[in-house]
Design a protein around this ligand. Sequence first.
Ligand code: PAF
Length: 287
Amino acid sequence: MSQLVPEIARLRLLLDAHRKAGKTIGLVPTMGALHAGHRRLMEVARPESDVVVTTIFVNPTQFDRTGDLEQYPKTLDQDLALCREVGSDLVFAPTAAEMYPQPQLAWVDVPELTTHLCGAGRPGHFRGVATVVTKLLLIAEPDRAYFGEKDAQQLAVIRRLVRDLNIPVTVVGVPTVREPDGLAISSRNRHLNAYERLQARALSQALFAARDAILAGERSVKKIHSAVAPFFDGVRLEYCSIVDPQTLTPVEHIESPVLIAGAIWLGTTRLIDNVTVSVGGSAGEAG
Ligand code: PAF
């Protein structure tokens, strides 16, 4: 049974009682439109936490394009059904007025990590994410908070703000869930028409090819970019970058683990994906 809680005060009351009873709390922040990737976050959180709280809040301060917020899928009934199925104890689904009762004047910003990759094309996006995640962490005070590795830059920003602001929470990154053809699962995939869905494979294919080239010994980022360029023929490439996984700054010669991240546009739909490569070790994926 998942209890729906729309108010901050009520959530705090319920969680205080659980904490007093010695229970651990796992937080799964989402914007709803839940899919297999979110299910995985809850599934990872479930055995590690006495109480799992899933948050469903389409955060207006992280939308940088007009129309994107209105277009964002809202599927609360289905989301609640999934939360029940996976065993999320509480679902915190506040209104925008509950989360932002007055114009927000205090912001959490991590500029050094947000000028590259997605940050370059989405001004203000990560400030909105960092601020709402901080609010959610301060409201729920969880022991652990779970985020998908598909959003690698978001995860890096959250890890950094938690460290810099001494927020007592363990941030858990959960590996990307993929369709059988490699496409990373995202709420935005539902906007793709049949042709775009086929084209969407280009992104993961390019990232996997770059990863394989590194694993085969290639160390020149320039050569890797040339090798993967053909994958992007016919799609609008926003960026494909090889960066340091912590600082997110571009790398020219690969000597240590790297994050390979990309964003493409198919019509009006923007898709992102990434993989990490542990040089000299095994390859993994990061969010
Ligand atoms: O990844 C998301 O769904 C959102 O950016 C998050 C972390 C829930 C903040 O609104």
